[in-house]
Design a protein around this ligand. Structure first.
Ligand SMILES: Nc1ncnc2c1ncn2[C@@H]1O[C@H](COP(=O)(O)OP(=O)(O)OP(=O)(O)O)[C@@H](O)[C@H]1O
Length: 578
C-alpha cells in the first residue's frame, strides 16, 4: 500500500496532485482501505487487479478529498469557489480585489432592518446624534448668559413650578435682541431646559424661541433654574378665545389684513382651520422628535407676532420618549380639563423611567405599543371643539362637556345625538360650522377625540386630512372625496366591523334567503372562539406574556437603580452659572 499518487489525470478523470510526503501518503494509505470498501460496495461484482484496485481507490479517495476540499476549504485558503468569487488565474482581471466588500442579500436585509429600526419614530439614531454631537457643538457656539445680564420687568404668569417675567438685557438693551421672557423655575426647570434645547435643534418653529437656560447657583436655599426665551407676543390662544370677537380677532393677526368674506360661519371656519393647521404643524414637529407635550391647552399656545403663527410654550411636563427623559407614567402632571381619558401617555404596565440605554433601545417598540403622541391629539381636539362652540370656552362648560362625553363612553356621535335635539343657538351654530363642506370638520374632530389612543389620528395624518385640503370654500373635489373615504376606512375599529357583519347576517333571515339562523350564528361564534384558543394562538399568547414579563422585570430592576440615584443624569448637560 505504498502507492504514491503522481500529478496527472486519475481513473475517474480528476486531476491528481502529488502527495509525496511520507507521513501524508502513509496516512492516505490507511484511509484508502476504508475508501476501497466504499468503492467496492458501489460495484460489488467488479473485480479489480490489486494495482488497478489501488488506483481506483486512490482516485475515489482523491475524488472525495477534492469534493470535501471544494465544499469546505476551496482552492487555497478561504471559502469554496461555489461560495466566493475565485476568478481565473490566467485572466487576472477576473480575480476579486483582496479587500473588496461583497454584500450578501441577508446582510443587506439585516442592515436595512437595523437602520429602519434606528430611524423609526421616535428616532433612536437621530436622538443619539442630537444628544452627543449636536448638543455638544451647540454649547461651543451659542452665547451664554448669567443672572446679572438681565433686568426683570412685569410678571407674566406664575405656576406651581415657577414665575415668569418679561425681561430685557442689562448690558446691550439696544441690540437686536429685543424683549425676553424669563422663567425662574424649580427643579422641573431642568427638564424644561432640556426639552427647549432639543426642540430648538430639531423643530425650532414649533415652540417659542429658546435663548438659554442655566442653574442659578447663588441661591443656597433651593434649586433654581433660569430659562430665557425671546418674547413672542402678548396673547395666548386662551386670551384670544376669551374675546367675543374670536375668531375674527385672530384673522388680522395671522393674515395681516381683514378677510373679504362676509362675517359668518364660512369665514370663521377658515380662520379656525388656519389655527388648527398651525397647532397640528407644531405638534407634528414635536412628535417627530419623540417629544410628547402632555399639557396642550389654549394657555400654552402663544401667538408669535414675529412669525404670525401659533407656537407651543411650557415644556415643563413634556416627555422625551427617545431617551426616556421625564417619562414617569404614574406621575400625575396633567391638566384634567384637557387630558385624554387614558391620563398617562404610556400604559401603566410600561415600567416607569427606564434607564437611557433601555429606553433608547426600546423606544420605537414602546412608541408603537402606546402611541403616546395621541395624548396631545386628544387635547388639540378639545381646543378645536372649543373654537367651534363658543359655549364650551369657559372652564366650567368644558368640565361639564367632559362629564357628558364620559357618560356617552367618549363617543362624540352619541354626545351629539343627546345634545342636538335640545341645543341652544350657539351649539347649533357650532354643529353647522363643523358640517360645512360635507362635514369634513366634524370628521376630523371625531378622529381626534376618541377613547382609544390607537384610534386617534396622528398630527401628520391630520395635516393631510381633506379638512386642510380645501381651496377656498369650494365643495370637495372627486379626489378629496376619495381621500375622505380612505381616511374613514383607516379610522375604523375592525373588531366592531366583524360584530356588525354578524348582526347584519342575523337580520337577513334564514339560509334560503341567504342569511343564517340564530343557531348557525351561535355555531359560527363558537367556531371563532375555538379558533381563538388554537395551540398556535396559545403559544403566541404565552410568548407575548413571557416577553412582557421579561421587559417588565428588566425595567423594574433598572428602575430600582434609578430610584436610588434619582438625580437627573442628563442634567449634567445643563450649564451652571459661573
Ligand atoms: N416666549 C414667550 N413670549 C411671550 N410670553 C410668554 C412666553 N413664554 C411664556 N409667556 C407668558 O408667560 C405665561 C406663563 O408661561 P408658562 O406657561 O410657560 O409658565 P408656567 O409657570 O408653566 O405657567 P402655568 O403653570 O400657569 O402654565 C404664559 O401664559 C405667557 O403669557
Amino acid at each position: 500500500m505504498a502507492t504514491v499518487a503522481t500529478s496527472g489525470v486519475g481513473l475517474s478523470g480528476v486531476k491528481l496532485h502529488s502527495f509525496n510526503s511520507k507521513p501524508f501518503s502513509s496516512f492516505l494509505g490507511k484511509k484508502l482501505i476504508k475508501i476501497r470498501t466504499f468503492s467496492e460496495s458501489l460495484h460489488p461484482r467488479k473485480v479489480y487487479s490489486s494495482r488497478s484496485k489501488n488506483l481506483v481507490v486512490l482516485a475515489s479517495g482523491v475524488d472525495l478529498m477534492s469534493f470535501v476540499n471544494h465544499v469546505f476549504v476551496g482552492v487555497g485558503v478561504g471559502l469554496p469557489c461555489t461560495v466566493m468569487e475565485c476568478g481565473d488565474i490566467i485572466y487576472r482581471s477576473t480575480l476579486p480585489r483582496s479587500n473588496g466588500l461583497s454584500p450578501t442579500v441577508p446582510g443587506v436585509i439585516l442592515a436595512l432592518g437595523t437602520l429602519s429600526y434606528l430611524w423609526a419614530t421616535p428616532g433612536v439614531a437621530p436622538g443619539f446624534f442630537d444628544m452627543f454631537v449636536l448638543a455638544f457643538v451647540e454649547r461651543l457656539f451659542r452665547p451664554s448668559f448669567k443672572k446679572d445680564d438681565f433686568v426683570l420687568g412685569k410678571k407674566l404668569g406664575e405656576g406651581s413650578f415657577g414665575v415668569v417675567y418679561r425681561a430685557s438685557l442689562a448690558i446691550k438693551p439696544s441690540s437686536k435682541g429685543g424683549d425676553l421672557v424669563i422663567k425662574k423655575a424649580t427643579e422641573y426647570g431642568a427638564v424644561e431646559i432640556w426639552m427647549n434645547e432639543r426642540v430648538r435643534r430639531a423643530c425650532a418653529s414649533s415652540c417659542a424661541d429658546f435663548v438659554y437656560g442655566f442653574l442659578e447657583s447663588s441661591s443656597k436655599k433651593r434649586v433654581e433654574y433660569w430659562l430665557i426665551w425671546r418674547f413672542e407676543g402678548e396673547a395666548t390662544l386662551a386670551d384670544l378665545m376669551q374675546s367675543k370677537e374670536f375668531p375674527y380677532n385672530v384673522e388680522a393677526m395671522i393674515l395681516g389684513e381683514v378677510g373679504n368674506l362676509p362675517k359668518g360661519i364660512e369665514r370663521e371656519n377658515q380662520i379656525i382651520q388656519t389655527i388648527m393647521r398651525q397647532l397640528l404643524f407644531a405638534l407634528d414637529g414635536l412628535h417627530s422628535t419623540g417629544i410628547v407635550h402632555r399639557d396642550i391647552k389654549p394657555q400654552n399656545v402663544i401667538f408669535s407676532e414675529g412669525s404670525r403663527t401659533f407656537k407651543i410654550i411650557d415644556l415643563g411636563a413634556a416627555a422625551d420618549l427617545r431617551v426616556g427623559i421625564n417619562y414617569i407614567p404614574k406621575e400625575f402632571l396633567l391638566d384634567p380639563r384637557y387630558a385624554a381619558p387614558e391620563q398617562y401617555i404610556m400604559s401603566t404596565q410600561t415600567p416607569s423611567a427606564p434607564s437611557a440605554p433601555v429606553a433608547t433601545a426600546l423606544s420605537p417598540v414602546l412608541w408603537q405599543l402606546n402611541l403616546p403622541d395621541r395624548f396631545d391629539i386628544y387635547s388639540a381636539g378639545l381646543i378645536y371643539l372649543q373654537m367651534a362652540f363658543p359655549g364650551l370656552r369657559s372652564d366650567n362648560s368644558l368640565i361639564q362637556f367632559n362629564r357628558q362625553l364620559k357618560r356617552c363612553d367618549y363617543d362624540l356621535v352619541a354626545w351629539r345625538n343627546t345634545v342636538e335635539p335640545r341645543a341652544s343657538n350657539d351649539l347649533r351654530r357650532g354643529f353647522e360650522l363643523l358640517d360645512l363642506d360635507g362635514g369634513v370638520g366634524w370628521e376630523l374632530l371625531q378622529s381626534m377625540i376618541r377613547y382609544k389612543a390607537r384610534q386617534r389620528i396622528s398630527a401628520k395624518a391630520a395635516l393631510a386630512h381633506p379638512y386642510f385640503d380645501r381651496e377656498g370654500l369650494l365643495a370637495l373635489s372627486f379626489m378629496q372625496n376619495l381621500r375622505m373615504q380612505y381616511f374613514r376606512a383607516t379610522q375604523q375599529d375592525y373588531s366592531e366591523a366583524v360584530n356588525w357583519v354578524i348582526q347584519l347576517m342575523a337580520k337577513s333571515g334564514t339560509e334560503q334567503v341567504g342569511g343564517f339562523t340564530e343557531a348557525q350564528l351561535q355555531e359560527m361564534r363558537d367556531i371563532q372562539s375555538k379558533k381563538k384558543s388554537s395551540p398556535q394562538r396559545n403559544a403566541l399568547a404565552s410568548a407575548l406574556k413571557l416577553q412582557r414579563k421579561i421587559i417588565k422585570t428588566l425595567n423594574e430592576s433598572v428602575d430600582e437603580l434609578n430610584q436610588r440615584r434619582k438625580s437627573l443624569w442628563w442634567s449634567r448637560w445643563i450649564p451652571r452659572e459661573e
